[in-house]
Design a protein around this ligand. Structure first.
Ligand SMILES: NC(=O)c1ccc[n+]([C@@H]2O[C@H](COP(=O)([O-])OP(=O)(O)OC[C@H]3O[C@@H](n4cnc5c(N)ncnc54)[C@H](O)[C@@H]3O)[C@@H](O)[C@H]2O)c1
Length: 271
């Protein structure tokens, strides 16, 4: 039986991934700060698929908890076939308005949480020649205004993953990075924004998405096992990323116009 560790698996995409991998016959470790929800899903999957699914409390910013988890997985499973560094949070606000502690919070979870997962679990993945999957975002490739902390954290996850893609190749470890645009989850529940509009707009874009967490989970499973580096799930944003690379002046014109529209709408609201 193959074994996967998924961070942030008590909700949203992590939960969809846990269900999908369990349905494919994998043993799943659900690691999250939400103990009750995490425990409930682990026992449901264990019962449903008769597999060794379990929950472990993990705050991805906490080194001691990572070390404990690495020890526990080594003892329990004697190895690991895949890790999905999925836990993440969102924030929005202009650079001079977003409090630095909220910028730091975003980076600590979205970037350093992923770095820690890679650091502590790469030795096990080298042994199994397994899969390392990092969840970034389209925000790691296309950087809309008013989202600097989130964009910077996710762009760094893309850079980290691209680095490890070649660094770990001699060890047979396959590295993938997921870059989805909006889809419906509970991400806005914990989002830190300097004004309500940021959270409201994100919520609306999520509600509008026709792509679900379940669709993405299935694509992550197939693409990562095929050794694909960049997992892109949303067609229009994929095209826009192409525009950024090949028509950069058009890309920045569109980005500036979008920023101006948002700025003007905010000014009207405050007047
Ligand atoms: N939903 C979207 O539109 C979208 C788009 C692009 C990327 N993403 C990324 O997908 C990933 C999953 O987010 P989601 O949309 O499913 O949101 P979600 O809020 O539903 O799930 C996030 C999970 O991460 C957990 N978490 C948060 N902080 C943690 C910490 N310090 N330690 C351990 N677990 C922690 C939460 O408890 C939760 O279970 C995130 O990395 C997010 O940035 C989401």
């Amino acid at each position: 039986m193959k074994r996967v560790l998924i961070t942030g698996a008590a909700s949203g995409l992590g939960l969809a991934l846990a269900k999908y991998y369990a349905a494919q016959g994998w043993a799943v470790c659900i690691a999250d700060i939400q103990d009750e929800a995490g425990q409930a899903i682990a026992s449901q999957l264990k019962q449903q698929y008769n597999s060794d699914c379990f929950f472990q409390h993990l705050d991805v910013t906490n080194d001691q908890e990572w070390l404990q988890l690495a020890n526990d997985i080594s003892e329990r499973w004697k190895g690991l076939d895949a890790i999905i560094n999925n836990a993440g949070v969102a924030s929005s606000g202009d650079i001079d308005a977003l409090e630095l502690k909220d910028f730091q919070w975003t980076v600590d979870i979205n970037l350093m949480g992923v770095v820690k997962g890679c650091h502590y679990f790469t030795p096990l993945l080298k042994d199994s020649r397994g899969n390392l999957i990092n969840v970034a975002s389209m925000a790691g490739l296309l950087h809309i205004s008013g989202m600097s902390a989130y964009n910077a954290s996710k762009a760094a996850v893309v850079a980290l993953s691209e680095t490890l893609y070649s660094e770990l190749d001699p060890f047979g470890v396959k590295v993938s990075v997921l870059c989805p645009a909006f889809f419906k989850t509970n991400l806005t529940d914990t989002m830190r924004s300097t004004n309500e509009s940021g959270t409201v707009i994100a919520g609306k874009l999520m509600d509008k998405s026709t792509i679900t967490a379940d669709d993405i989970a299935k694509q992550v499973y197939n693409d990562s096992l095929n050794g694909k580096l960049m997992i892109l799930t949303h067609r229009n944003e994929k095209i826009f990323w192409w525009v950024k690379r090949f028509l950069p002046s058009l890309y920045f014109k569109i980005m500036k116009n979008t920023a101006k529209k948002f700025h003007d709408a905010m000014a009207r609201k405050q007047a």
